[in-house]
Design a protein around this ligand. Structure first.
Ligand SMILES: Nc1ncnc2c1ncn2[C@@H]1O[C@H](COP(=O)(O)OP(=O)(O)OP(=O)(O)O)[C@@H](O)[C@H]1O
Ligand SMILES: [Mg+2]
Length: 251
């Protein structure tokens, strides 16, 4: 790993320092992020795990520039994104970042295919036909491309959201429970496509999951508890993740 003059590793795509975020005020205030510092390496598949309510989605939203922190810095490819204005954030999300949300956020009036191609068109990039064909085939969406989201099952909608994020080939893909609605066969296909995006195209993937099997496809698991960092597991296996989670809940 190379270290640049400013002491930050060149291989870190995303660096979060002292992140804090609360929702609400006074007695009903909830601290979602309580002084979190974490780095994510470029070209790696990272998972974020932790109990429900531990701050995983909130962390992902602020890292992606979808929501603002109360304090702390988030450096993406050398640039502090917490100081960007709304227009700059929109541009960052359009050009550099892809999302697979817990609710898939498909555009209801567009077909599956139009949804898949939308971010590429918005960024005025060219569609890589070969990559699209491979993604559509491996996600078994070939016979569903002309359907609109409400004509698709939950799992099919999720796979459309995965295809949409992959096709743009952004620097970073954020995925919140991308296999949550899928059977084990489609889930494995999604995880292997995400992993392939890191090795083939050098993209970085940050995935929230509750499933130790899904997490074992990642290069590293970052643990959260009560809005705080709770350690990490490198080269995770299902077993090492299960035991790290049970240690986390005993703490
Ligand atoms: N918009 C909001 N308004 C108020 N509180 C919120 C909001 N979003 C999140 N929270 C609170 O912040 C905390 C962290 O929520 P978050 O959604 O990040 O958890 P999570 O780890 O993603 O949980 P899950 O595994 O259930 O998806 C929770 O206590 C939640 O109730
Ligand atoms: Mg969540």
């Amino acid at each position: 790993m190379s270290i640049s003059a400013n002491g930050i590793s060149d291989d870190v795509v995303l660096s979060a320092e002292g992140l804090r975020k609360s929702f609400g005020r006074g007695e009903t205030a909830v601290t979602a992020l309580d002084d979190i510092s974490v780095d994510f390496e470029a070209g790696r598949f990272s998972a974020i795990m932790g109990p429900s309510g531990s701050g995983k989605s909130t962390l992902m939203h602020v890292l992606a520039g979808l929501d603002r922190v109360d304090s702390g810095t988030i450096t993406m490819s050398g640039r502090d994104i917490t100081t960007l204005n709304d227009r700059q954030l929109t541009q960052l999300r359009r050009d550099r970042v892809g999302f697979i949300f817990q609710a898939f956020n498909l555009v209801p009036t567009l077909s599956a295919e139009q949804n898949i191609e939308l971010p590429v068109s918005l960024a005025r990039k060219r569609i890589d036909r070969d990559w699209k064909a491979e993604v559509v085939e491996r996600l078994e969406l070939g016979d569903r491309l002309k359907h609109r989201p409400h004509e698709l099952s939950g799992g099919q909608q999720q796979r459309v959201a995965v295809a949409r994020a992959l096709l743009t080939r952004p620097d970073v893909i954020y995925a919140d429970e991308p296999t949550g609605n899928l059977d084990s066969h489609s889930g494995t296909e999604v995880l292997s496509l995400l992993h392939g995006a890191t090795t083939r195209y050098g993209q970085s993937i940050i995935m929230v999951t509750h499933d130790p099997m899904a997490a074992s496809h990642a290069d590293r698991v970052v643990l959260l508890k009560d809005g705080r960092a709770g350690g990490e597991v490198r080269q995770p296996t299902r077993e090492s993740v299960v035991s790290a989670l049970s240690e986390l809940s005993d703490q």
